[in-house]
Design a protein around this ligand. Structure first.
Ligand code: NAD
Ligand code: ZN
Length: 360
């Protein structure tokens, strides 16, 4: 048996207000005055002096606002990389992503592509990246995806939605400042928080589970129950705990995999552009055959917070549309193997998936 040797985030700072230390953290990494720091910031923060005034800009440093309305695409990454190469005399000293999973994934992908030839679609998959990425820093402003800690950056390419999974993907530095999540809208808080919950359920119920993943998954699940079902927590406690739940949930899948919900949700996202958090909620709501206890608890959480999910998202789709989603979902073999086992193809057929999609 040969075990995988995983990299982790090398440095992390946690605490309310720790974002104020951004300058002292990154400044020693400045290569020279022509090598800028590029800050990719969710455009929801445009004009937000509370956050923006704390981003330290010197020399050629630049803020680039990016919308998180759509999930990152390979073309978008290639364009951002080209713009940086054409604009600056030197490669950046560092790339800093400030936002949710979208912005964190953009920062990771751009930092990889600045040091690797070709197009980002060529690196979608496992361990295809050859050169180390530019120094990159992640600052989550919404909690749940685990993108701050994971070894992947999820991109939608011309052929598939798949991550660039590599040893060079994890951040060199993460800043966990739960205060940054204070203005997240309630529904979005729930959807992205449920991504974390689903990571725990899929990891803890998967065949890839080992003690490393289990310990992280159990802690994250305990935190999720506390956050989403215990209404005695203060707002601050809830923000702090969800930020750490996201971290632990992400760590739990590092050595394991996600499962049925993520496979189906990738299909929805690829065809319909439905975003990850809400997509997972739409799918997970119908997975009682696969995760009976997890789904029951999910429904309880949904009721507690008065969340209404979209219905009938697949109602008007053609057979061809279903085939596209089914193809995307079935191509994610490690997810199915984790969820069902080595013989997953015996029970997971295009018909099984179509019946599930038709319920959504
Ligand atoms: P997001 O980046 O999609 O943002 C969701 C919404 O919240 C956006 O409208 C954004 O503007 C808003 N928002 C973020 N922070 C805010 C704040 N502090 N105040 C107000 N609004 C705020 O959110 P997400 O759910 O964290 O990320 C989803 C993305 O993450 C998807 O692209 C998915 O593929 C990716 N993902 C990546 C990994 C990974 O390991 N790399 C894991 C899971 C999901
Ligand atoms: Zn997820």
């Amino acid at each position: 048996m040969s075990y995988k040797n995983f990299p982790m985030v090398s440095r992390v700072i946690f605490g309310r207000g720790s974002f104020n230390q951004l300058s002292e953290i990154i400044e020693p990494k400045r290569l020279n005055t022509n090598a800028p720091f590029i800050f990719f910031v969710d455009d929801v923060f445009k004009g937000n002096a509370w956050l923006m005034s704390r981003i330290p800009l010197s020399y050629q440093d630049k803020v680039i606002y990016v919308s998180a309305n759509e999930e990152p695409k390979t073309e978008q990454i290639d364009q951002l990389v080209e713009d940086i190469i054409l604009t600056f005399k030197e490669r950046p000293s560092g790339i800093i992503g400030i936002g949710g999973g979208c912005l964190l994934d953009i920062a990771k992908a751009v930092s990889i592509m600045l040091n690797n030839d070709g197009e980002s679609k060529d690196y979608q998959g496992w361990d295809l990246v050859k050169n180390p990425a530019v120094y990159h820093v992640g600052v989550p402003t919404i909690s749940g995806t685990g993108a701050e800690v994971s070894r992947t950056t999820i991109l939608t390419g011309p052929e598939r939605k798949l991550g660039i999974n590599s040893d060079y993907t994890p951040f060199d530095q993460v800043i966990l400042d739960p205060e940054l999540t204070k203005d997240v809208p309630k529904d979005q808080w729930f959807y992205t928080g449920m991504d974390c919950y689903v990571h725990c359920i899929e990891s803890l119920n998967g065949t890839y589970l080992n003690t490393f993943s289990k310990t992280y998954g159990e802690k994250a699940l305990e935190l999720c129950k506390d956050i989403f079902l215990n209404n005695t927590l203060s707002v601050e406690e809830s923000q702090d705990k969800l930020m750490m739940a996201s971290w632990h949930g992400g760590m739990s899948i590092a050595y394991s995999q996600v499962g049925v919900c993520h496979a189906l949700s990738y299909g929805l996202s690829y065809l319909l552009g439905i975003k990850h958090g809400i997509g997972n909620c739409i799918v997970f709501n119908h997975l009682e055959d696969y995760y009976p206890e997890g789904v029951a608890l999910f429904k309880q959480m949904k009721e507690t917070h008065n969340i209404t999910l979209p219905q009938g998202v697949c109602a008007d789709l053609s057979d061809k549309d279903f085939d596209v989603m089914i193809k995307v979902a079935l191509s994610l073999e490690p997810l199915w193997e984790n969820a069902i086992g080595k013989n997953w193809k015996k029970t997971i057929t295009p018909e099984t998936l179509k019946a599930l999609y038709q319920k959504m």
